[in-house]
Design a protein. Structure first.
Length: 407
């Protein structure tokens, strides 16, 4: 196993200084940093192989296509998809949810049907369902939270009924850190004949995910949160569903035949990939998956767990600091908190002066903040390359924030 120092050396940005101090990057739930292997894969594509995919018979196009489709195969293996045809490239998790909402949802939902989501969703898994239920006349329902930041699963019997067509839920909350019992929730959805969509934006980067073991119908995630580039995301879907679903967007590449009186669609996965895709980004994501596989996702999960446990122990000692969400055993790497009456933006600004990058705001999850009666929180979020020393610096800086601004 590589040392943490060697792993950190793989990430050029982690050598940076901010305001004369070493960068402590604790905003990984927003986006992760990228290792050299990813930067080099993208650089190699642009320098040596840049061409459009699927179209040319010339060498460059064939090389680009091989790299692009090779990444699909590696990503399929990473999540244990039965076939790479079930891995559809999108720009991000948000686009993947929208793909399901506009293709499956618009085609399927009708008045009387229900879509069930939860109060701990990122806006990416709320707003598309608000738009689609409004257009189809279906009803949107929510699983509420309890004060510990866990889902009220005791209410699931009432909320999940034969009217539910889809249960869409987050595997790991980007604010509360809560890890939901995904396989159990999928089984509960299937038990009433509903489909299950899993938002894996925070789980796929941080722990082993096996779509066959989870038995989910859809899984969405973003490349940029798992060492890959922005502009790369994935929708995994059950094959027979994807086969039946109409295209999301029309254009080049997604068709088999276009005539003036109509068109026929391409086969999976290309039916859902209209236009020139994000070729370099997908190749970069393939390299990111190789990198993560090299480290081992079990190892990454354990490392992060140790960091979070330590962070929570230390943070609880800061005067006035209140952590949102459950204890370390039930959560992943995101730790959102409030610090007395101090505005989270002020906290984040003072931390930035110390070289520490955290996030402040509602983290695209306003319903969670509404539940706690607050407008915003500060959030430190960890990845395997973070260190215990960075957590010590965070805690020292927060003590300073409290002593300067604390009321
Ligand atoms: C849980 C969760 N779902 C969805 C998203 C949306 O990801 P993206 O903005 O990459 O589409 C995020 C991003 O923070 C997230 O944390």
């Amino acid at each position: 196993m590589k040392s943490i120092e060697a792993i950190r050396a793989d990430f050029p940005i982690l050598q940076r200084e901010i305001n004369g101090l070493p960068l402590a990057y604790l905003d990984n739930a927003a986006t992760s940093q990228k290792p050299l292997a990813v930067l080099q894969a993208m650089d190699d594509y642009y320098r040596l192989r840049n061409a459009n995919v699927h179209r040319g018979v010339h060498t460059l196009s064939e090389e680009a296509t091989t790299l692009y489709e090779g990444a699909r195969g590696r990503i399929a293996r990473f999540i244990n998809a039965p076939s790479s045809k079930q891995v559809i490239f999108t720009r991000n998790a948000t686009e993947a949810v929208n793909l399901v909402a506009y293709s499956w949802g618009l085609d399927t939902l009708k008045p009387g049907d229900e879509v069930l989501i939860t109060q701990m969703e990122h806006h990416a898994n709320i707003v598309p369902w608000q738009l689609i239920t409004e257009r189809t006349g279906a009803t949107l329902r929510y699983v509420p939270l309890d004060p510990q930041g866990m889902l009220r699963l005791d209410l699931l019997n009432e909320l999940l009924t034969e009217r539910t067509r889809l249960f869409a839920f987050v595997a790991m909350s980007n604010v509360l850190g809560t890890i939901n019992p995904v396989a159990e929730l999928v089984a509960r959805a299937h038990g009433v004949g509903a489909l299950a969509l899993v938002d894996g934006a925070q789980s796929v980067p941080h722990l082993p995910v096996d779509v066959q073991a989870l038995n989910c119908d859809f899984l969405v995630f973003s490349g940029h949160k798992m060492c890959g580039p922005t502009g790369s995301g994935v929708l995994y879907g059950r094959r027979e569903l994807l086969e039946r679903m109409p295209p999301f967007m029309g254009g080049g590449d997604m068709i088999r035949e276009v005539r003036l009186d109509g068109s026929r669609w391409n086969t999976l996965p290309w039916k859902f990939e209209a236009g020139t895709p994000a070729i370099a980004e997908v190749i970069g994501l393939g390299a990111a998956v190789d990198y993560l596989t090299g480290l081992g996702m079990e190892w990454a999960q354990q490392r992060e767990h140790a960091l979070v446990r330590y962070a929570m122990e230390q943070l609880e000692r800061v005067e006035g600091l209140r952590i949102l969400g459950p204890g370390p055993e039930q959560r992943g790497g995101a730790v959102a908190f409030t610090l007395g009456e101090i505005h989270p933006h002020d906290t984040a600004a003072i931390l930035d002066a110390e070289g520490i990058a955290i996030r402040a705001g509602h983290h695209c999850a306003q319903p969670i903040h509404d539940f706690y009666g607050i407008a915003a929180s500060a959030r430190a979020s960890f990845y395997f390359y973070n260190t215990f020393e960075e957590i010590d610096r965070l805690v020292m800086a927060l003590d300073k924030v409290h002593s300067v601004l604390g009321i």
